[in-house]
Structures are given as structure tokens and as C-alpha cells.
Ligand binder design. Sequence first.
Ligand code: ZN
Length: 279
Amino acid sequence: MPAVTDAVVLRGCLAKMAVEPGSPARYALRAGEARLDLDARLGRPLRLTWTGAIACTHCGRATRKSFGQGHCYPCFKKLARCDTCIMKPELCHFFEGTCREPEWGERHCFQPHLIYLANASGLKVGITRATQVPTRWLDQGAVQALPILAVDTRQQSGFVEVLFKEEVSDRTNWRAMLKGETPELDLVAERDRLLERLAGGLANLRERFGGDAIRPLDEAPRTFDYPVLEYPRKVVSHNFDKAPEVAGTLMGIKGQYLILDSGVINLRKFTGYEVTVEA
Ligand SMILES: [Zn+2]
């Protein structure tokens, strides 16, 4: 670890990095109220040290362990955003009257959603609230993305995604994503191929939810570029739970990962961890 000169020191609980598209995307590390723009930090030493404290991102209470990316156990059991149906929207149980937070559900799940194809480590399908793009794609480290269908609720997007999973993965291989060796895909051709193969399944869903429920989109593919000086040949990951100090030269940022010459760290995984940041 080279000496840190003219150091900036921040202290606070980690939040997801803020990111804006650009050539390349612009990232800011967020710790409590503090923000550190990372563009100017590329190629320079960076050290994050976990103090040992974790605060729930929802209620602020101290927790010994983080559940569901930054929650205390009571919030993890109580909040709708931590329920299984967020990861698997087809299991939405709002209509059974058992939504953990019906008002939150109305605001977040009964909103327009998109089904998209993306390329972070190969072709994948995903869903997102319409308002979350392009951040959603940047958070995944996607280099390409194309919205293909629009629906009115999260649950409907879940059913469509389940159908697409017969043909295409919904996962990103984060090691491959971080090596930066992702061949370019023709997402428009992939869309047309998948819509044709899955036409029968889509017709069934339209029968169930209404002819106008699943609407094809004719959008242009997007491409994304990340601030990376050099991709790692071998991906080694840091973990605050195992070693509280993470230090090295910042070689890049992609998705929610910092790429240091000493290894990578997924900051999203450590949401709520109180750290000091020296840069
Ligand atoms: Zn809490």
C-alpha cells in the first residue's frame, strides 16, 4: 500500500455508490452524508476500513449482522422490500391481503415495469421499474441494454421474466463482468429471436392479463462505458467481515464494484457498514 498523501478522510455508513451515465460513467462513493467523487481518484491509493459497526439503512439501529443488503433483522422480517416476492415478483401476494406494507407495494410494485435484455457477462433478461433506468443497468455493470416489453405491475414483469428464463439466464457472472471480456451482442436480433420463440407463452400471459398488458417496445439499444484503467486478470474479492481493511490503488469502478490492484469489493454488499475512507 503506497502512502496516502493529501488525504481526504470520510467516515460514515456505506450506501450504494451514486452513478451517472457518461463516457465513462461517473461514480461517487457515499458514506453517511459524505460523498467522494471517484473519477479523480483513479490510479491513486484508496483505503476503506470497517469500524466494526453496522447501522440498519432503514431504522438506523445498530445490528451485529446485515440482512438483505443493509437491514437489521426486525426490518428484514417486516419490510415489503425484503420479502421473497421482490426477488421473485411472480410470487406477489398483494391480492391475498398479505402484503407486508400495502402502501409501499402500491408505490413500488403497482407501477410500470420493463423487461429488458442486458449484456454484463453475456445475454441476460431482467426486470426493473421504468424509473430505475439506466441506473439499474449501470449497477449491474452492463455494457449493453435494451428494454423489450412494458407491463403495468411488478408481478406481471415477474411472469414475463419466468417465461424468458426458459431461454436465457437472469444472472450476471460477476467475475466475468469484472474481467471486462464481454463480447458485444446484437440485442435487437436477440430480442426478435426470443419474442418469436416465446410467442406462445406471451399469448397465454396476454390472455390472462388482457391483450394490452404486455406491450412490445421498439427502443434503441444503449451502451455503457466504465472508468477502468485496467481489468484484473484474476478476480480476488475483499470482504470486510474477514479483513476490515481494504486498501490498494483504485484501478476502476464497474457495477457496484471497486476494482483495486489488491482485489475487488462489492460495496453494495456492505451497505450500512460504517467505514473510514482515506483517499
Ligand atoms: Zn432496521
